[in-house]
Design a protein around this ligand. Structure first.
Ligand SMILES: [Zn+2]
Ligand SMILES: [Zn+2]
Length: 330
């Protein structure tokens, strides 16, 4: 988080300042913060026009007070061409490619100059007991014109795929896709009606409520580094932390179709089938006379081979539940 120099007249709610040092900022309005930057910068500072390399070098040398020999050394050692996160003969990961200066083919898909970029960390659900405040499940870059609904749709969580129920007699009836009508919400950014009622009854300051589809980041007043909450499927609660708000730079991915842009994903360990130890678990059974443990996890193939005859008839007694592995989004 970097704040521009603070003139006397500036409103405190448009320039972030620490509330807790090195932890989180006070609340500020993202759109006003962007406007403060745009007022102070020259258009060429946030322009996407590439500077002529010689002109750039001369400006850099003058600003840093270094001589021509030093510039030549910097060019040789620190140029972007010498940076590599993969072996020379291999293609970089798709995710790596997207984040480095990608320019769209048509102008219509180009991010506008002066657009604001918001970095959001989404953590594992707290009910998994994995929130340690250090390693986010994923990091997304969103633009100021994205809505909270765009953020919600970009969050991958197995809870959205989990089918509840016992299917040992009808394993083919497990739907591939289920629509769930439990509402999701971002709390503290926006409260759900339950949160609002609860806050009222406990004498907390009043919350406002708005639709995620109608709420753009640029219109939000937020605290950087402060844990907010995304809740979906009833009780799957993810801490969400905004870690940075800045203007888009010409070295960013400039293709707006690729945003929300995933820049980091924490891969989860997959739980393997207890029989073949090769495939990822798709079923777990309980009270199962064929299983070495209770509950026991099976891949689809082993589950069907062990528990059904060739006509698909259930063999023996057991209860079977569909299982979605946490590594499904790796
Ligand atoms: Zn979730
Ligand atoms: Zn298996």
């Amino acid at each position: 988080m970097a704040a521009p120099e603070r003139p006397e007249a500036a409103s405190s709610s448009s320039i972030p300042d620490y509330e807790c040092v090195n932890v989180n900022s006070k609340a500020f309005h993202i759109g006003s913060f962007r406007d403060e930057w745009l007022k102070r910068l020259q258009p060429e500072d946030f322009s996407f026009q590439q500077l002529d390399q010689d002109a750039f070098d001369a400006k850099f040398a003058a600003e840093m007070g270094v001589r021509e020999e030093t510039m030549a050394e910097l060019r040789a050692v620190c140029s972007a061409d010498s940076l590599r996160c993969h072996p020379e003969d291999q293609e970089p990961d798709k995710e790596d490619r997207q984040t480095v200066g990608m320019v769209p083919e048509t102008k219509a898909d180009m991010l506008p100059e002066g657009e604001v970029i918001v970095t959001v960390n989404i953590y594992f659900p707290t009910n998994l007991g994995k929130f340690n405040g250090v390693r986010p499940r994923m990091t997304l870059l969103l633009t100021g014109s994205h809505t909270l609904a765009d953020l919600r749709d970009a969050i991958c969580c197995v809870s959205d795929l989990q089918v509840c129920g016992e299917f040992s007699s009808t394993p083919d009836m497990v739907p591939d896709f289920i629509s769930k009508f439990l509402p999701s919400f971002m709390s503290l950014l926006l409260g759900s009606s339950t949160t609002i009622e609860w806050a009222k009854s406990h004498n907390y300051p009043s919350f406002s409520q708005a639709k995620m589809e109608d709420t753009r980041f640029v219109d939000l007043t937020v605290k950087l580094g402060f844990p907010y909450l995304y809740c979906h499927q009833g009780d799957c609660e993810h801490p969400v932390i905004i870690t940075d708000v800045r203007l888009v730079h010409k070295s960013d991915c400039l293709d707006k179709r690729l945003y929300p842009l995933l820049t980091h994903k924490n891969r989860s360990l997959s739980q393997k089938c207890a029989v073949c130890h090769v495939f990822i678990g798709r079923w777990y059974t309980t009270q199962d006379q064929f299983a070495p443990s209770d509950p026991c996890l099976f891949c689809d193939k082993c589950f069907r081979m062990l528990h059904y005859d060739k006509d698909g008839k259930k063999l023996g007694e057991f209860l079977a539940y569909p299982y979605v592995d946490r590594g499904a989004f790796n």
